[in-house]
Design a protein around this ligand. Sequence first.
Ligand SMILES: [Zn+2]
Ligand SMILES: [Zn+2]
Length: 255
Amino acid sequence: MPFPATLPAHLHRTVHRVGRAVLNSVLPPRCLACGVTVDEPDALCATCWNAMNFFAAPWCAVCGLPFAHPMGEGAICGACAAKQPYWDRARAVMRYDKHSRALVLSLKHGDRTHIARSLGRWMHRAGAEMLDGVDLLVPVPLHWTRLFARRYNQAALLAHAIHAAGGPPVAPDWLVRRRRTPSQGRLGPLARSRNVRGAFALRPGRSVKGKRLVIIDDVLTTGATVEECARVLRREGAAFVGVMTLARAVRAGGP
Ligand SMILES: [Zn+2]
Ligand SMILES: [Zn+2]
């Protein structure tokens, strides 16, 4: 019997675990956000854990933004009542603020991508209800010029981590970015929406007709990017479009 070219999965896991154990004995584990040494690998220190604003129910049944008071089963927020987005449902792990920003920035640094594994586990847990019965995870794509410069797409990294935590399979290249869009950083909501209009397309030859999909990204701010991705998937016949992000900006004064 020829020697297998790749290690069987269980052996691979063992090698990985042993490798990690060796690494951990040399390098003490560090807090995912601030970098102080911690007891457990892939964890936050107590200070960072307490500082993070994790979303918790009661929340809007559509967009997942927490309510200050219980509103009853299936209640939706004012924004969702006023305008139904192209996606069906959105969930996020935590509020996007100065604390969670450290995690998001870490993910964009090539030497700290190992934190994706923990973040993916959190996203899998926070989105469990929505991810149930989903066919594919669709990461928001980077334009190839950006991908070339950064070497990886942090949204795809998170999608693979959610899958590794027990989530649905990933369709890493089904959505494509047709043109490079200027950075959204300084733009207002309307300008952001104009900025991404027509920027995405379904890769030729792929079909999402009747499929249940969840778009994955690191941060949702105004939502213009995922809204445009959702519009494309809807137009192509997706049966369900969810949005799962690690962090989500909340306007002052709540949803
Ligand atoms: Zn910390
Ligand atoms: Zn809402």
